[in-house]
Design a protein around this ligand. Structure first.
Ligand SMILES: *[C@@H]1O[C@H](CO)[C@@H](O)[C@H](O)[C@H]1NC(C)=O
Ligand SMILES: *[C@@H]1O[C@H](CO)[C@@H](O)[C@H](O)[C@H]1NC(C)=O
Length: 365
């Protein structure tokens, strides 16, 4: 059982269970032999291979098989419905990947992973801060400096990118900022810059680059969501609202792509991670690392690279367990889900923003 960068976590155990007990071939063999034994009247354990099954009561065995079937059928249907039952291939020599906030952190790690997989992929980075890394010699990394909270800058940059590099076929809406104040104490500028950078910019960038993706019926838009969209913590209401907004954008756009633009191969994915060790946050979760590990930047970047290379749209929770499960808690009676949300008050995380705002314009200084 390999440990993750985050150490020994519940997700590591869940992954182990999925690969072993719930492995597709294991489930198929168990289910078939159960079926045969029902039909022929032989107990399963008449086959020597299945002697180990004696260890489990019959009911437990049936639950195990049902759980396995449920897991595989659900993940198959999730995948097919998210991708309109259609396949598409990506030629990574030709794709143009636009990564916002790619100068450092997750975006920079993703850039380096993509270049490692294919050194000729064109990568366009938009960031307010300068590049913190040196692109490998011969690579096609294009850097554009710009404040994504300013829509006229977005308009100009998109025009330049189309002229100087080409139409991006992959858009990774990664850039985001957090101010970390209560609703009452935050300034106008705090709220505005958060919503403009985290939500309006992804809307405008999608708007700019979608027409070409639709025309070619090929493309992938990936958004960096957050578990805070599901269980919004105090002091980051604006941030959480932008992340919930990205979920709405993804869901509505899926219907538009399928039914209005007739471009079912344009993919969309959204990542819903727990807190990540980035300059965005300081402090500790203050909860058992087993369930609530603070994620490593490289874990998130690797997940993004895997999503892009799969060419399949999907929703990904990080860590998969328990975050996918936390989202399902919404089916609980409201009072219970309210109680579950209060957990975040026990986190020791400090969200105080690192960006300095220009007092006059309210933009990034
Ligand atoms: C947005 O960018 C434009 C063009 O660069 C500039 O004139 C304007 O002052 C900027 N607005 C803000 C709020 O910074
Ligand atoms: C895929 O999407 C198109 C709309 O673009 C729709 O007509 C078609 O039925 C979908 N295919 C499946 C198998 O759902």
């Amino acid at each position: 059982m390999a440990f993750s960068r985050e150490g020994f976590t519940a997700d590591v155990v869940a992954g182990f269970v999925r690969r072993t007990f719930l492995n597709r071939n294991v489930i198929i063999i168990l289910a078939l032999s159960q079926a045969v034994s029902y039909i022929n009247g032989y107990p399963l354990t008449a086959f020597p291979v299945f002697r180990f099954v004696h260890l489990f009561p019959l009911r437990a065995l049936n639950i195990w098989i049902l759980l396995g079937i449920y897991t595989h059928v659900t993940s198959y249907l999730n995948d097919q419905f998210a991708n309109n039952w259609t396949k598409d291939t990506y030629k990574w020599n030709k794709e143009i990947v636009l990564i916002t906030g790619g100068a450092s952190g997750i975006g920079a790690a993703l850039t380096s992973l993509l270049l490692k997989r294919n050194p000729s992929t064109k990568i366009v980075i938009i960031d307010h801060s300068p590049l913190t890394f040196k692109p490998p010699p011969g690579s096609a990394v294009y850097y554009y400096q710009g404040d994504l909270s300013n829509s006229s800058i977005i308009r100009q940059l998109c025009e330049r990118i189309r002229n100087e590099v080409g139409h991006p076929t992959v858009l990774v809406n990664n850039a985001g900022l957090v101010r970390g104040t209560t609703v009452m104490e935050g300034s106008y500028a705090d709220v505005e810059i958060t919503i403009k950078t985290n939500l309006i910019a992804p809307f405008l960038l999608t708007k700019e680059f979608l027409p070409d993706m639709v025309r070619r019926n090929h493309g992938h838009i990936v958004s960096m969501g957050s578990m805070s969209a599901v269980t919004p913590p105090a002091r980051i209401a604006d941030y959480a609202a932008t992340k919930a907004g990205l979920i709405a954008l993804t869901e509505a756009l899926q219907l538009e792509l399928k039914y209005i633009h007739n471009a079912p191969k344009v993919r969309q994915s959204i990542l819903l991670p727990f807190f990540i060790k980035t300059p965005l946050i300081k402090g500790e979760v203050g909860k058992p690392n087993f369930l609530y590990p603070l994620l490593h930047v490289d874990t998130v970047a690797e997940t993004l690279a895997d999503i892009l290379y799969s060419g399949r749209g999907r929703t990904v929770y990080l860590p998969g367990f328990p975050m996918a499960f936390v989202h399902k808690l919404r089916v609980l009676p409201e009072w219970l889900f309210r109680l579950a949300r209060e957990e975040s008050m026990k986190f020791g995380i400090d969200f105080t923003g690192r960006q300095k705002l220009d007092e006059k314009t309210g933009g990034l200084s």
